[in-house]
Ligand binder design. Structure first.
Ligand code: ADP
Length: 210
């Protein structure tokens, strides 16, 4: 699946280095990979963080699970194979955004460790920073929130293979950042991400002015 089907394709180097590109933008790129159960808070945090970053002049772009399944990944379902291909494509797209100088924010359940590790390796090979953010809320809390009514449907047997109910979630073993959304507010979670972006990506996030 991840092997190339095409032959006679050759990498064409551009005329710019990454440092020249980032230097002209005055920033640095990288990826924050949000992973966690459905309703743990990935999309809520990524959306709030994207807003704060862009308002403060830091290029950022959010890749959201459901949104990407409307377009790029509309031909994929939720089998283990399709989930793996879903994540592989997102890893590649996030890498392009990061290389382009944006802080890419991905919010996907991404339940399998091996798939996330593959995205991490992809970034490492390209010399790009990758921050795995474990959005860690107990399933009871997620099920209680259930903003899209999905747990209810899964419990009723209307959705099969739902992560945390009848499909596994493999928690990260060494995430760069853990956000306990059952204990900390959205603002606290966003602040923790900004701190990680400054320290681990080397991006300066200016304070709000005015
Ligand atoms: P996911 O993207 O992980 O499926 P969502 O962001 O769609 O989750 O939903 C998370 C729900 O939890 C939202 O209704 C959000 O308002 C709520 N919530 C409560 N506390 C927090 C928090 N600290 N961080 C993020 N979301 C929170």
């Amino acid at each position: 699946m991840s092997t190339s089907k095409s032959t006679n394709v050759h990498w064409h180097e551009g005329n710019l280095t990454r440092e020249e590109r980032w230097g002209s933008m005055g920033t640095r790129g990288g990826t924050l990979w949000f992973t966690g159960l459905s309703a743990s808070g990935k999309s809520t945090i990524a959306s709030a963080l994207e807003q704060v970053l862009v308002q403060r002049g830091v290029p950022s772009y959010r890749l959201d699970g459901d949104n990407i399944r409307h377009g790029l990944n509309k031909n994929l379902g939720f089998s283990a194979e399709d989930r793996a291909e879903n994540i592989r494509r997102i890893g590649e797209v996030a890498k392009l955004f990061a290389d382009g100088g944006s802080v890419a924010l991905t919010s996907f359940i991404s339940p399998y460790r091996a798939d996330r590790d593959q995205c991490r390796a992809l970034h490492a090979e390209a010399g790009l920073p990758f921050i795995e953010v474990f959005v860690d809320a107990p399933i009871e809390v997620c099920e209680e929130r259930d903003p899209k009514g999905l747990y209810k449907k899964a419990r009723a047997g209307e959705i099969r293979g739902f992560t945390g109910i009848d499909d596994p979630y493999e928690a990260p073993t060494k995430p760069e950042l853990v956000l306990k959304t059952g204990e900390h507010s959205l603002e606290q979670c966003v602040d923790a991400c900004i701190e990680a972006i400054e320290k681990q990506l080397g991006v300066r996030v200016p304070a709000v002015t005015g």
